[in-house]
Design a protein around this ligand. Sequence first.
Ligand SMILES: [Zn+2]
Length: 314
Amino acid sequence: MLTGLLYHNDYLKHETGVMHPENPQRLSVIMKALKEAQWFSGLQHFQPESYDLKWIQTIHSENYIRRVKKSCLDGASTLDCPDVAICRASFEVACLAVNGCLTLADALMRGDIANGFAAVRPPGHHAGNHTAMGFCLFNNIAILARYLQNHYHLKKVFILDWDVHHGNGTQHAFEEDANVYYTSLHQYPFYPGSGHESERGQKEGLGTTLNIPMDAGAGDTEYKDAFEKKVLPAIGKFHPDIVLISAGFDAHRDDPLAEICLSTDMFGWMTSRICQKAEELCEGRILSVLEGGYNLDILGACVSAHVNMLQNRS
Ligand SMILES: [Zn+2]
C-alpha cells in the first residue's frame, strides 16, 4: 500500500507578514526536503478537492465562519488574537487546508492509500468553535475526525497531538465525546495554558482525554517513556478505527518557540510506534496533519523522518 502526500501551492498564499513564525517558507522547506528524498516518487500525490462548508460547521459556528471570511475580505491584519495574522486570501486558504485533510480521508477510505500526511497551513489545533487562536483559523484535525465519523461512519477516532503546544481547541471540541480520544504531549506550563493532567474529559467523555505534560528540557528519553507507559496503552485500550496525528514539529530541540529537546530521529521513532499500534488495531489507518514547527533549518528533516516512516510502514 501507499502513503499519500497532500499539498497545494495555494497554501503559500496565507501571508502572515514579515517575522511571523508561521509563514509560507515553512511549507517551502518541507516540500523541498521531501522532493530531495529518494523515496519521494513512491508517494501518492494529492491536491485538495472541493467540499461543502457544512463540514467546517461540525466544529465551528456559522457566525464564526462568516466572521473569518469577512475579516479576511475586509483586509484585516489579525483576527481575535494579535498572533493570528491574516490576509485577504486567508479564508480561502484555511478552507483549502480543511479540504486537503478531507481529500486524504477520501483516498484512505477508498483504499488508495494506507496512511497519509497533509502538508497544510494554517495549522488548526488551537482554533475553537467561535475563536481563532495561536496561528489557527479552522481546526483541521477536529473537522477531519467529524468527517470520518459522519461521512464514513467510523465510530472511534484516536487523536494524538505531539505538537509542543497543548491543542486546546481539539480537546475542547471532543471533551464530552466518548468516541473521540484526545491525547497530547506538550510542554507545560506553557502556551496556551491548558493541558494539565487533571483535564481528562467531561460527562460522557470523562476518561477519553489524556494530557501528558512535559517539563521544559524534556527530550527523547522522557517522550519514549511516555509513549510506552501512557500513549500506546491508551490506544490499545480505546481500540480506535483510525488514528489521527496532529503533527507539530516544534518539540524539536532547535525550535525557537519552545524548550522541549527532541531529536530529528525521534519524529521517525514516534511514527514507527504509532504505525505498529495502528497495524494491530485498525489496519494501519493513520492520517497525519501538519501543525507547528518553526525552525526552517530543521523542519524539512523532521517532516521527512515522519513521512519516510509512514511510507516504510504502509
Ligand atoms: Zn505548536
